[in-house]
Design a protein. Sequence first.
Length: 138
Amino acid sequence: MIREARAEDAAGIEGLYRILLPDSSDIHVSPQRISQIADNPDSLLFVYVEGGEVAGTVHLHLCMDALSGDRPFAVIERFVIIEKLRGKGIGASMLRFAEEAAAARGALKVMLSSKSIRKDAHRFYERLGYDGEGSKLF
């Protein structure tokens, strides 16, 4: 099941971020911060829950833009699923869920952020239609 993150999901999300960023010593996800994100209409943090455990997460940011009237653009980042569930269509479902949330809020486009060394993830994103050629983040 995919749903918005709740304060009680903080430890599960932190564990996923440790998988995503194994060399980072600066990972701390607090229940208070999850609540703040939940209260922010422009920041949507989703989790995939299986068997009562947080097994995946994706963060969608809606960014104000002056280019297209009042339409925002969206950025997806910190997308990770536990390894044993990869290859089962869950990741594609999570990305579609985030894209649909962006579209429902009028987003002009959706960009996806991924660390340059994550080649397997990039192939997955390309299969879902992300080309990595339109923009670069520095």
